[in-house]
Design a protein around this ligand. Sequence first.
Ligand code: RB5
Length: 149
Amino acid sequence: MRISLASDHAGFTLKEKIKEHLQENKYFYHDFGTFDEEPVDYPDLAYLAASAVQKGEYERGILVCGTGIGVCIAANKLQGIRAAHCGESYSARCSREHNDANILTLGARVIGVGIALEIVRVFLETPFAGGRHLLRLEKISRLEKSTLS
Ligand code: RB5
């Protein structure tokens, strides 16, 4: 599985911890930045990593900012992106099983490293359940065209 990573300055340190975790668990990833704690605008970084997922270059993405909210809002503007903001592993599991989320977003100023890495583990290991959830995802796709018909 190929993973696209990005953060803003507030998420930089947690992103580094996530990279260590991905290396230890033999995941392939690409870090789209940012690469230090100099202030940057989170939509720019969210766009870089999310558009690579949108194009199919990466199967999943992980985005980190201070709250996880800004990068989530930005990533979800891209057609085909289903970004889920998770603060605990139950939501991470359901985001995969029910929503087939292709991007996880985390708030580095909200959760600790241990919980964040557990969320990452669950997000990457949980498959989409399909079944009744498929029609609901089709409806979300139709909403991208601003219609349910
Ligand atoms: C940066 O100060 C902060 O606004 C950003 O990391 C994020 O929390 C936005 O949603």
